[in-house]
Design a protein around this ligand. Structure first.
Ligand SMILES: *[C@@H]1O[C@H](CO)[C@@H](O)[C@H](O)[C@H]1NC(C)=O
Ligand SMILES: *[C@@H]1O[C@H](CO)[C@@H](O)[C@H](O)[C@H]1NC(C)=O
Ligand SMILES: *[C@@H]1O[C@H](CO)[C@@H](O)[C@H](O)[C@H]1NC(C)=O
Ligand SMILES: *[C@@H]1O[C@H](CO)[C@@H](O)[C@H](O)[C@H]1NC(C)=O
Length: 945
């Protein structure tokens, strides 16, 4: 977070200065002497003021007295007539927005040439609409209504504003639409048009319409739901166009169909991001010799980057990556650009280049010094996720600020040329084929870098003793062969991933400002010792994963006086303000806690009482004992995932678990629990309404980066969204974290000493996908309601003492792909039909063996009476299982652990990796946004009208 702050501030500053009241006043204020303004216009202004209900900056407080030409935001002509020609009430900040309604008295200001109400997001028109009376202000040359609060349609009366040069209707919300743009060509003098976010989906002739505006210099139609219906002009007369932004639309056409773009030969800024444009990059692009910014990410580009591009000698920003992550996951993969071939060395002629991003394509070849010899001003270079080989021995002419070479071949030796890149703030060298140690200079040269990703290489050796002097905020060294102890961590570390190495010694909790750390991922190492008490000071920690290490002992007792008991330097420990009085510790931010596969020996950790945000707990495979405390139902209201598998927990399942309304994964297998299964278990809102939870997650997106929206039907129909805060969260890889994905609903109580019946109320918990109650002492009948568990894919009730008949309803479970009822005391005829006949094709009888009373196929024992009817169900079995969606057969029941509705990604490992890498690099996206916004702002600022 701390790193983002300057960027955000900078952005705001840009917004401020460019939208500020900075333009020189052409019409000077009337200086005293005589009449002041015209009475009728003064009264109109006072009526406008009367309709403003809130004015936080007291802008309108100057609106009194006779001479309205002296009022704030009002300008008059210099002539004796003193008409009001300018009204500028734009809001500088969100908090300074005027509130209320625009009065129709505005109409009386007939001579108005300049009207700027922008940024007043709480200001609206009569009935919430965009007021059509603005269309009667015939003299208007400048009209800025951006970021106001309108809904409905754009009034066609705007076509009367024939003197208009500048029109900005970008509300940054999609409440406004326009089905008919026939009024627009009447604004023949228009130079600046921004209708971003206005829904133009019903406007089939948008291409023709905008091409009639021959004076246009700036055209922005971003997020307008533009599509490819209607006519596409072949030639355009937009010869003055400098800025064209039609990004984030579903134009989905070929480059040929938008050939009119290439006629705008004065174009400086071209943004076609996420428009679904396909085809090879046209050579005509080279006609646009004034281009400074090309943004073509997230399309379906293929082929090679043409050599002719070198005529774009003013190019500063060149972006051809895939960087939008919204939409279906398969769609997401398909919407990668697919540029191929090697990078032309003529790119080196683009000497003004500042930003080059070709990441996530399919390019290859060797990158040598010839590519960059003249690119001395390059600041950002992103080539990640291609198959480039980077020449190891060269001296780069540039001083980069950000470099992405993930999945490029940069090794096996550590790339020495990086030594000159002293200005870097983010470096991505993941999966770069480096099999070496990190040279000492690296840690010095990059000591000021905020983001360092060296993950998934073969890097060996120890971590530097100077680590603590670095400024790194995000450090990812996961999946390497680092060994030895972890020294003092960087002062401001926010995210640390050291997982999958061979690090040893005590857990590295040695952060000088424990408040800064948010994500600590240390799994798959050889850390020993106990969990340090300093954990209690890490109030910002949201993800802690120390799974699969050799941690022993007890959990820290946070409520006790920590300063005294911890071995830390007391000066680093914040004063225990609220701790002291009541003895109640401050609450912690932990959301995800994975301590599985260690040797912790304690009762259920008390410190979790102070972690109200916890959604994910994995304490599996330890030596924990005691019972599940009743307080978890109350103190952990967000809990979705609880895994206590393979410990020595005992006692009853507390009925208070019912309080966990979101619990959808409960694994208590291989413990010593006893008693009956509480009827309310997993029978909660959270389970039956998975979709709702997911939707909720998407909208609230406070810290969860990605939320999956599952329609509950089709695992492939899952929608993933990335929130703005993605840079602050961790990636999942094989350990998917709750909050990122909605995983399956599962109940595993196997291998305990549960007795009594299977509760009937478990049936309606129809979100359940996996249920394993095997190896207990359950008695009674299998409840009929089991037939209602339509999403069940795996059911294991084996090794109990269940009796009675198998409910016929079992055959209604059409999703079922695993069933085991063996070794019970079931009797009667085995039901048949639907899915049942296709299960366990190799040995169908093993689903039912050990039940002396059962009869009928697939068991050899035939039932008394007619036994031919069912036979055929068990012969065609193999075929059936193969035609199941590939996700099912392999999913639940066979794999212990967390399963997400993320099947396609799990199956295609390379894609999965790339997906998560992309999340990492989104951090950089902020910079892109900055550049793009900067250009955008500049566009606004310099537009003449
Ligand atoms: C008033 O403005 C006009 C053009 O806007 C200009 O030509 C004229 O010189 C100005 N007169 C005075 C007295 O400033
Ligand atoms: C098995 O079930 C029958 C009733 O179906 C019951 O009479 C018998 O006692 C049960 N046996 C065991 C060992 O539970
Ligand atoms: C069902 O469980 C029993 C006992 O655990 C096992 O022997 C049998 O192979 C299982 N059947 C299937 C189909 O997995
Ligand atoms: C159910 O649990 C038992 C014991 O933990 C295990 O052996 C069995 O494989 C599980 N069944 C399924 C379908 O996962």
């Amino acid at each position: 977070q701390s790193t983002m702050l300057p960027l955000v501030v900078l952005l705001l500053l840009l917004t401020e200065t460019t939208s500020g009241r900075t333009e020189p006043d052409t019409q000077s204020t009337r200086d005293g002497g005589g009449g002041g303004c015209i009475t009728k216009e003064r009264e109109a202004l006072l009526s406008i003021k009367a309709c403003i209900t809130a004015d936080p900056e007291r802008l309108l407080s100057t609106w009194r007295g006779q001479d309205c030409c002296r009022w704030e935001g009002v300008r008059c002509t210099n002539m004796t007539t003193s008409h009001v020609v300018k009204l500028d009430l734009h809001a500088r900040y969100i908090r300074s927005s005027l509130e209320g309604e625009i009065s129709s008295s505005l109409e009386a200001l007939e001579h108005l040439q300049h009207l700027d109400l922008s940024g007043n997001y709480a200001l609206t028109g009569p009935g919430g609409s965009l007021p059509s009376f603005i269309g009667s202000l015939h003299d208007l040359r400048y009209l800025n209504l951006s970021r106001l609060n309108f809904s409905g349609t754009v009034p066609h009366q705007f076509g009367n504003l024939s003197r208009l040069r500048y029109l900005d209707l970008d509300l940054s919300s999609d409440d406004l639409h326009s089905d008919d743009l026939s009024w627009l060509p009447r604004l023949s003098l228009l130079k600046y048009l921004d209708m971003s976010y206005v829904d133009l989906s019903a406007t089939i002739d948008w291409v023709e319409t905008v091409n009639m505006l021959a004076s246009l210099e700036v055209l922005r139609l971003s997020w307008c739901s533009l599509n490819n219906t209607g006519h596409f002009v072949s030639r355009s007369n937009l010869s003055h166009l400098k800025i064209l932004d039609i990004s984030f639309n579903t134009i989905e056409t070929s480059f040929d169909a938008i050939s009119w773009v290439w006629d705008a030969t004065r174009l400086e800024y071209l943004n076609l991001e996420d428009t679904g444009i396909h085809g090879v990059l046209p050579t005509r692009l080279a006609n646009l010799s004034s281009l400074q910014v090309i943004q073509l990410s997230g399309n379906h580009l293929k082929g090679m980057i043409p050599d002719t591009l070198t005529s774009l000698c003013s190019l500063r920003v060149f972006e051809l990556t895939r960087n939008d992550l919204e939409g279906d996951i398969t769609e997401f993969i398909e919407s990668f650009n697919r540029l191929m071939g090697s990078l032309t060395t003529s790119i080196s002629t683009l000497t003004d280049l500042v930003y080059l991003n070709l990441g996530y394509n399919q390019m290859d070849g060797v990158i040598t010094k010839d590519h960059f010899s003249k690119l001395t001003g390059l600041q950002e270079l992103h080539l990640s996720a291609n198959s480039f080989t980077i020449n190891s021995d060269w001296t780069p002419p540039f001083r980069l600020q950000s470099l992405g070479l993930g999945s490029c071949r940069c090794g096996p030796g550590f790339p020495r040329w990086l030594k000159s890149q002293k200005n870097i703030y983010s470096l991505y060298l993941f999966d770069a084929g480096i099999a070496d140690t990190v040279p000492d200079w690296f840690w010095t040269v990059f000591a000021k870098a905020e983001v360092l990703d060296l993950s998934s290489n073969n890097i060996s050796g120890t971590l530097p003793a100077t680590l603590g002097q670095m400024d790194t905020f995000w450090l990812d060294l996961s999946s390497n062969q680092f060994n030895g102890l972890v020294p003092q961590l960087p002062q401001n570390i926010g995210t640390l991933d050291l997982s999958r190495n061979s690090l040893s010694g005590p857990l590295p909790f040695n952060v000088r400002s424990p408040i800064s750390i948010e994500t600590l991922i240390l799994f798959d190492n050889q850390f020993t010792g106990t969990i340090p008490t300093s954990l209690c000071q890490m109030k910002s920690l949201t993800v802690l994963d120390i799974g699969n290490n050799m941690i022993t002992g007890q959990f820290p007792r946070c409520s006790e006086n920590v300063a005294a008991s911890s071995g830390m330097d007391p000066s680093n420990i914040p004063s225990p303000d609220s701790d002291s009085g009541s003895g109640m510790p401050q609450s912690m931010s932990i959301e995800t806690l994975r301590l599985d596969n260690n040797s912790l020996a304690d009762e259920f950790p008390l410190l979790l009482q102070n972690c109200p945000e916890l959604t994910f707990i994995d304490l599996g495979q330890n030596k924990l004992f005691g019972s599940i405390p009743a307080w978890i139902g109350q103190k952990l209201p967000q809990l979705k995932y609880l895994r206590l598998r393979s410990n020595m927990f005992s006692g009853y399942i507390p009925t208070q678990l019912r309080g966990l309304l979101h619990l959808q994964y409960l694994d208590l297998a291989h413990n010593d629990f006893s008693g009956t299964i509480p009827p309310s278990l997993l029978n909660m809102d959270g389970v039956t309404k998975t979709t709702e939870i997911a939707t909720e997650d998407t909208s609230s997106s406070t810290s969860s980066g990605v939320a999956a929206v599952d329609d509950g039907q089709n695992p492939h129909g899952t929608v993933y969204r990335i929130s703005n805060s993605i840079f602050a969260v961790t990636k999942g890889q094989e350990r998917e974290y709750i909050g990122f994905f909605i995983y399956m609903v599962s109940l595993d109580l196997s291998c305990n000493h549960f007795t009594g019946d299977i509760p009937k109320s478990i049936g309606p918990a129809s979100g359940l996908v996996n249920m394993n109650l095997s190896l207990n002492q359950l008695t009674g009948k299998i409840p009929e309601s089991i037939g209602l568990m339509r999403s069940l894919e795996s059911l294991d009730l084996s090794n109990n003492q269940l009796s009675g008949e198998i409910p016929q309803g079992l055959s209604d479970l059409t999703s079922l792909s695993y069933l085991n009822l063996s070794y019970n005391n079931l009797s009667g005829r085995i039901p048949s039909g639907h899915q049942l006949g296709t299960l366990s094709p190799d040995d169908p009888a093993s689903m039912y063996i050990g039940n002396t009373g059962l009869c009928g196929p697939p068991l050899p024992k035939s039932c008394p009476g007619n036994h031919t009817a069912e036979k055929r169900h068990f012969t065609t079995s193999k075929e059936g299982s193969e035609t199941m969606p590939f996700c099912f057969g392999l999913s639940v029941g066979f794999v212990v652990g967390l399963w997400v509705v993320f099947c396609s990604l799990l199956f295609k490992k390379p894609w999965r990796d790339i997906y998560f890498r992309l999340l990492d690099e989104l951090y950089d996206k902020m910079y892109v946004l900055l550049v793009v916004n900067w250009v955008r702002m500049m566009g606004k600022a310099t537009a003449t009208y």
